[in-house]
Write a protein that binds this ligand. Structure first.
Ligand SMILES: NC(=O)c1ccc[n+]([C@@H]2O[C@H](COP(=O)([O-])OP(=O)(O)OC[C@H]3O[C@@H](n4cnc5c(N)ncnc54)[C@H](OP(=O)(O)O)[C@@H]3O)[C@@H](O)[C@H]2O)c1
Length: 354
């Protein structure tokens, strides 16, 4: 992208859900790019490329890609793109994440061979710009540290495996990669099913805040905040729109990102800070309860099929937060949405001005 030439950079965006749609918003204004959105059913996504979509839809198109298709077909398709970004969500199998990384590596080899055959006498063809730039689906925690969560999270284990695969093979395959670790999405922190900020007995809460069925609280409408492990334990969160803003800066070449793991943080909060924030913005009594490691482990033993309980236990351990100082958003001087700002919006007008 930082190339001074006016060649169009062809971006393949896999998935156009919550994250992919935010990516589109912030990638679309970049100069000299074309974004192909790869999803299974393009007819579901025509609104994204409709003639009325601002600011312009000329640099976007839809294509049908099913990532469960044979690897050879997908690698051929991928080899025609300069940048491949995966935003295919959480509902993937661990094997599919590794499969995609392997297919991108093969696409890099196909692309290199094609370039060599087109310009056999030009040694420059194996240079940087011939490489595919891959952003794997790693918009989460530090999977090198979490590993597979001691067997609880095969998906996280696969994400670590993808990192190792890229470290081992990407250079030879003609692929450069960037992992962007974002922590959990800001919205996730307040999701009712996550249970950390629990509004279920808050009589004045908006419907979106009240979905949880497992809540605690008193009759006067209190909010319960649960700490994972203890009150000093932390979690890093970044708003989806901010992840997309940072990605646009990375793709624009504003940071050194080649073969690197970059970190973002809208904020890194301790659970004690979170409880204080909720108390401040809601103006309600906040009940503070710790789910310590023993409790979380016991819950997993009692409900081995419950994915959220496993997730909570893994989030009570290491690798789920980092200092905001070392993040790419700090390096770029970007102002990202913080937890308090987000919570004020979420708690709505009833709490504004509190
Ligand atoms: N760090 C985090 O906290 C984190 C990270 C990621 C996700 N999440 C959670 O996951 C939720 C969704 O996030 P998201 O935007 O990543 O995912 P999403 O909204 O579920 O979107 C997934 C996209 O991938 C496409 N897709 C799925 N399977 C595919 C396949 N086999 N081939 C091609 N395309 C396929 C889907 O399209 P079709 O189904 O239409 O084909 C859809 O456009 C959020 O609510 C978030 O809380 C959290």
């Amino acid at each position: 992208m930082s190339s001074p030439t006016l060649q169009t950079t062809h971006i393949l965006l896999l998935g156009a859900g919550e994250l992919g749609t935010a990516f589109l918003t912030h990638l679309r204004p970049l100069l000299n790019i074309h974004i192909t959105i790869g999803i299974r059913t393009p007819s579901k996504y025509t609104h994204l490329v409709s003639p009325t979509t601002p600011p312009s839809n000329r640099n976007m198109s839809l294509t049908s890609i099913d990532l469960t298709a044979p690897s050879s077909t997908l690698s051929q398709t991928f080899s025609h793109f300069d940048v491949i970004i995966s935003a295919t969500g959480f509902a993937q199998s661990p094997a599919s994440i590794v499969k995609l990384a392997e297919e991108v590596l093969e696409a890099g080899r196909i692309r290199q061979a094609r370039l060599q055959s087109q310009m056999p006498s030009n040694p420059e063809t194996k240079e940087k710009d011939s490489k595919i730039w891959f952003f794997p689906w790693q918009w989460g925690v530090d999977y090198d540290i979490t590993g597979d969560g001691q067997g609880l999270m095969p998906l996280f284990g696969a994400q670590r495996d993808v990192r190792n695969l890229l470290r081992r093979e990407a250079d030879e395959a003609g692929v450069k990669w960037t992992v962007v670790s974002t922590g959990i999405f800001m919205s996730f922190l307040f999701e009712a099913f996550w249970g950390i900020v629990d509004h279920s007995n808050d009589s004045s809460a908006t419907p979106s805040l009240k979905q949880s069925g497992a809540g605690k609280g008193d009759a006067n409408g209190s909010v319960t905040v649960h700490a994972l492990r203890d009150w000093e334990h932390k979690v890093t969160v970044t708003d989806v729109d901010d992840i997309a803003r940072v990605l646009a800066r990375i793709i624009s070449g504003d940071v050194d990102a080649e073969n690197k793991i970059l970190y973002t943080a809208g904020e890194t909060v301790s659970y004690a800070d979170l409880a204080d924030i909720v108390e401040r913005v809601s103006g309600k009594n906040v009940i503070r309860e710790v789910w310590d490691l023993d409790q979380l482990e016991e819950e997993v033993k009692r409900h081995p099929e419950d994915g959220i309980k496993k997730y909570r236990l893994v989030f009570a351990r290491e690798g789920v937060w980092w200092d905001k100082k070392g993040t790419v958003n700090e390096e770029l001087g970007m102002n990202l949405l913080g937890v308090e700002e987000y919570a004020r919006e979420l708690f709505g007008s009833s709490s504004r001005g509190v």
